[in-house]
Design a protein around this ligand. Structure first.
Ligand code: 13P
Length: 250
C-alpha cells in the first residue's frame, strides 16, 4: 500500500507565535490513529520550535526548501545538515514559486535532490505545468521533462524516500482546482512514466499528491481518485479546522 499523505505548505506565513498557536490547535484536534501521514512545513526560522512542539505526535515537520551545497559561502541559504541537526528529515523541493521567483531550474533541482537523498532526507518533489502549457496541450510534455531532468537520475532504492506532488501552476492560490478527472489523468500518466522508466514496483509504491486550491469541500472528490494519494495544501493549511478536514477526507 502506498502512503497516504496530507501536507501543509505554510509558505511565508505565520511568525513564531502564530506557528505555535496553529500547531497547538493541530495537535489538540488531529486524528491520532489515522493511516494518513500528516506533514506541515513552516518557514525556516520556526522549524526548530515546531519540531520540539510536535515531538512524540504523528505530525511530521518539513522544510520548504534547502540549498544544494552541503556548506559554504552561500549567504542566506540553509543546508541539509542544518535541517537534520534540528531533526527535520523531510524537505519540499521544486515548488513552482521557487521555480518562478527564485530561478530554480530542473538542473539545480537535480542537485538538490542528490544532496537531500545522499543525506537520507525525504523529498516532496513538486512540479506542474503553467496555464499556457495546458491550453496548448503541452502539459504532459512539461511534466515529463520536469521529472526526467529533475528526478529520474536517482537510484531505484532512493525512490523509497521520494513523494511526488503534482501542482498545476494555474490552480495554485487561484481557487480554481484541477477537476478530479484532470488530476487522475495526470497522476495516471506520471505513474505510467515511473513504470516505463524506473520499475513497476516504484510506480506502485510512490505516493503522488495533488496540490492546487484543495479545500475541505473539494478534497473528498479529488482524493477518491485511485492515483491521488493525498494533497499538498497551501491556503487551507493555515486554518487548523480546514487542514484537518482535508486530512480526514483522505
Ligand atoms: P493553494 O492550496 O493555496 O492553492 O497552494 C497550493 C500549494 O502551492 C501547495 O504547495
Amino acid at each position: 500500500m502506498r502512503k497516504q499523505i496530507v501536507a501543509g505548505n505554510w509558505k511565508m506565513n505565520n511568525d513564531s507565535k502564530q506557528t505555535k498557536a496553529l500547531l497547538d490547535e493541530l495537535l489538540a484536534k488531529r486524528p491520532q490513529s489515522t493511516n494518513t501521514k500528516i506533514v506541515i512545513a513552516p518557514t525556516f526560522v520556526n522549524l526548530q520550535q515546531a519540531v520540539e512542539q510536535a515531538a512524540g505526535s504523528n505530525i511530521i515537520v518539513a522544510a520548504q526548501n534547502m540549498h544544494q551545497a552541503e556548506s559554504g559561502a552561500y549567504t542566506g541559504e540553509i543546508s541539509v545538515g542544518m535541517l537534520k541537526s534540528i531533526n527535520v528529515n523531510t524537505v519540499i523541493l521544486g515548488h513552482s514559486e521557487r521555480r518562478a521567483y527564485f530561478g530554480e531550474t530542473n538542473s539545480i533541482l537535480a542537485e538538490k535532490v542528490k544532496t537531500a537523498l545522499k543525506n537520507n532526507v525525504t523529498i516532496i518533489f513538486c512540479f506542474g505545468e503553467e496555464l499556457a502549457d495546458r491550453q496548448s496541450g503541452n502539459h504532459f510534455n512539461v511534466v515529463e521533462t520536469q521529472l526526467r531532468e529533475g528526478l529520474f537520475h536517482i537510484t531505484e532504492e532512493q525512490w523509497g524516500s521520494v513523494v511526488l506532488a503534482y501542482e498545476p501552476v494555474w490552480a495554485i492560490g487561484t481557487g480554481e482546482t484541477a477537476s478530479p478527472e484532470q488530476a487522475q489523468e495526470m497522476h495516471a500518466f506520471i505513474r505510467s512514466l515511473l513504470r516505463d522508466n524506473i520499475s513497476s514496483t516504484v510506480a506502485e509504491n510512490t505516493s503522488i499528491l495533488y496540490g492546487g486550491s484543495v479545500k475541505p469541500d473539494n478534497a473528498t472528490e479529488i482524493f477518491s481518485k485511485p492515483d491521488v494519494d493525498g494533497g499538498l495544501i497551501g491556503g487551507a493549511a493555515l486554518k487548523a479546522d480546514d487542514f484537518l478536514a482535508i486530512v480526514n477526507a483522505k
